[in-house]
Design a protein around this ligand. Structure first.
Ligand code: SF4
Ligand code: SF4
Length: 469
């Protein structure tokens, strides 16, 4: 989207803000924004970081609240264990997430990038702030970068590298705690290094990756690597809410002169919106792929508007239609369609989560066995069973016939006790009155009970001595 009325609506597309005409990288030294959006982002980031760093330490009855142990395929989300058998729920959850992202982007543009994305939060609210603290404001940073090697430069750069590396190490440790749990992590920290050389090596690799991202890659992650950024062109439309410059009000832009009767638009061409932009773009050229909706330019422009006595909101959250035609926010057909798909998928996901049981049962007739005729006219079939306990507590279950008169006997066991986070397997006979079997294959329903309460019903087929069906 290029907004009509901008001074030079085409030429900005011929160059990338972070690359000079010789193809060399231009380092960004964005000014620290001041304003209500920046303050609000500070609070959002603080809450985000508190959750991120504290979640691995939260335990319920001694068990992690959150664990994503990919290596052992053990997943605990919000205190609930998810086994590989539950992966279809994850699969559907991912589909719901992707549709949600699409819908959210159609309506609210890239606001996730600026406000919730871990990359932006760590880059802008952690590492950038540390950089202001160590190297000074944007002007000082630029001077330092261009200065010849001297004691001050060496000292500040070394301090910055050490601090960045330590924070990267902390992030890598936290990620590791999500994967192996804090107890394992404590063991690695307290035991001799020689016992955990493998884990320590991966920790150092991840630390180096984080360090490289925040010391060198920085805004390039958002502008050239992130696939979500690339999708904006197809997801945004003229009704999407984005950080936008009101060109109708701002143009023709021009410097403000004392005692002048102003005939230009409200943009005083102070460039403050460009100076605070972490990706180095000029939002007055319209919505661009590099814009992460961080709102720094809104704060900068509002500050300038206030200083010169103009109305704030020259740069604001608005849709193209809102600026161009003064149209209020509309719930378009595309938004309605996405919402319908989203509600349908969410309903299925909620149903799957609600109907998910703590015990999984697999019951199959033993291969190669038909049926046995017993004394008293009874018929029996031999089955193999496997019961999986998805909780942190041992469970004792009983199987009770539901739609037939008969009994169940375990082979070599008296009861079915499933260890916590484990499974039990074995064989069992189902005995049924021969008079009740009138077909070759009869569908049996069996109730699974725990402490007298039915937790689920399973079905299986029973073979009888009849030919035909
Ligand atoms: S244009 Fe504004 S909202 Fe977009 S990245 Fe730059 S400062 Fe942030
Ligand atoms: S900060 Fe506002 S007034 Fe200054 S150049 Fe940007 S849009 Fe124009």
């Amino acid at each position: 989207m290029v907004q009509a009325g901008t001074k030079d609506p085409v030429s900005f597309r011929d160059k990338v803000a972070t690359v000079d005409k010789n193809g060399k990288r231009l380092w960004m030294f964005p000014q620290q924004p001041e304003g209500k959006f920046y303050n609000l982002r500070g609070w959002v980031s603080l809450a985000y970081l508190l959750v991120f760093f504290s979640l691995p330490f939260v335990k319920i009855e001694g068990h992690p609240f959150f664990l994503i142990n990919i290596l052992e395929r053990k997943f605990i989300l919000f205190g609930q264990i998810f086994w590989p058998q539950d992966f279809f729920i994850f699969g559907l959850g991912m589909v719901v997430f992707i549709v949600f992202v699409a819908l959210f982007t159609v309506v609210f543009g890239r606001v996730f990038c600026g406000w919730m994305c871990p990359q932006t939060i760590f880059m802008e609210m952690v590492f950038r702030k540390l950089e202001y603290w160590i190297e000074g404001n944007a002007a000082h940073q630029k001077l330092l970068a261009n200065a010849a090697c001297n004691d001050e430069k060496v000292l500040r750069k070394v301090v910055k590298w050490i601090v960045f590396w330590l924070v990267s190490f902390l992030i890598a440790n936290t990620f590791l705690a999500y994967i192996i749990g804090v107890d394992e992590l404590k063991k690695i920290v307290s035991e001799p290094i020689s016992k955990h050389l493998g884990t320590l090596s991966s920790l150092l690799v991840f630390t180096t990756v984080f360090f490289f991202v925040y010391i060198w890659l920085r805004e390039q992650v958002c502008t050239t690597i992130c696939p979500y950024g690339r999708m904006q062109g197809v997801l945004l439309d003229r009704n999407t809410l984005v950080v936008a410059y009101d060109h109708k009000r701002g143009e023709t832009r021009g410097k403000l002169h004392k005692q002048e009767v102003r005939t230009d638009g409200d943009c005083i061409d102070c460039m403050q919106c460009v100076k605070v932009c972490p990706t180095g773009i000029d939002i007055r050229n319209g919505t661009q792929l590099e814009c992460i909706n961080c709102t720094a330019c809104i704060d900068a422009c509002n500050k300038m508007m206030k200083a010169v006595g103009f109305e704030p909101g020259l740069i604001r959250f608005a849709s193209e239609n809102n600026i161009e035609n003064k149209q209020p926010m509309r719930f378009t057909g595309r938004m309605k369609a996405y919402t319908a798909v989203m509600v349908a998928l969410l309903s299925v996901l909620v149903w799957l989560l609600a109907s998910r049981t703590d015990v999984d049962v697999a019951l199959m007739r033993t291969p190669g066995q038909l049926f046995q005729q017993e004394a008293g006219g009874r018929i029996s079939n031999l089955y193999n069973y496997k019961l999986l306990n998805k909780t942190f507590k041992e469970k004792e279950v009983t199987l009770i016939p539901e739609n037939f008169k008969g009994s169940i006997t375990l082979v070599g066991e008296h009861k079915m006790v499933i260890p916590k986070e484990g499974f039990v397997s074995g064989s069992m006979f189902i005995h049924v009155n021969g008079a009740d079997i009138v077909k070759r294959k009869t569908l049996l329903k069996i109730g699974v009970y725990e402490a007298g309460k039915k937790i689920r019903t399973i079905t299986t087929s029973f073979l009888g001595p009849f030919s035909g069906n």
